[in-house]
Design a binder for this molecule. Structure first.
Ligand code: AMP
Length: 140
């Protein structure tokens, strides 16, 4: 169970939001500080602070509706492309500690998520060990 957040206040109807979708496990509403028009947050009703703590049922419910909500947003804002980002932890840019998925339309004129991320080539020796450990953990 996570602490009370601004999203729990929205879920409890204590503060308003621009709601676009709701079912028994999921709520989606427009982000108050959008990267681009149509920027939407999809959240579980379950009060989990980060994705790794979310139940399978809530995760499945979000996964089930993400494509449909994305499709509706694209139609309404007239974009063809979009990003989904999902931040977990302060250093990973999370500011509201209630799980949420951002759906961010990307427009031809550049509006939307900019790309600040850096990567470097995989080390295959380390990757072999890591993949082995992960697959063992996940097979339980
Ligand atoms: P994150 O940085 O991934 O934790 O994103 C939190 C998001 O919540 C930000 O994009 C905020 O603009 C958004 N946000 C914060 N408060 C509200 C609110 N009351 N209604 C809608 N979106 C909000």
């Amino acid at each position: 169970m996570s602490e009370e957040t601004i999203f729990s206040l929205i879920l409890d109807n204590k503060i308003p939001c621009h709601k676009i979708y709701e079912d028994n496990l999921v709520l989606a509403f427009l982000d108050i500080n959008p990267f681009s028009p149509g920027h939407t947050l999809v959240i579980p009703k379950e009060k989990a602070s980060t994705l790794d703590k979310l139940s399978d049922d809530s995760a499945a419910a979000i996964g089930r509706v993400l494509p449909r909500i994305s499709n509706a947003i694209l139609k309404v804002v007239g974009a063809k492309e979009f990003n989904i980002i999902q931040n977990n932890g302060i250093n990973a840019f999370q500011t509201v500690f209630h799980v949420h998925f951002h759906i961010i339309p990307k427009f031809d004129d550049g509006r939307g998520l900019q790309y600040p991320f850096k990567s470097s080539p995989i080390n295959h020796d380390e990757a072999t060990i890591m993949a082995d450990r992960l697959s063992k953990l996940l097979s339980n």
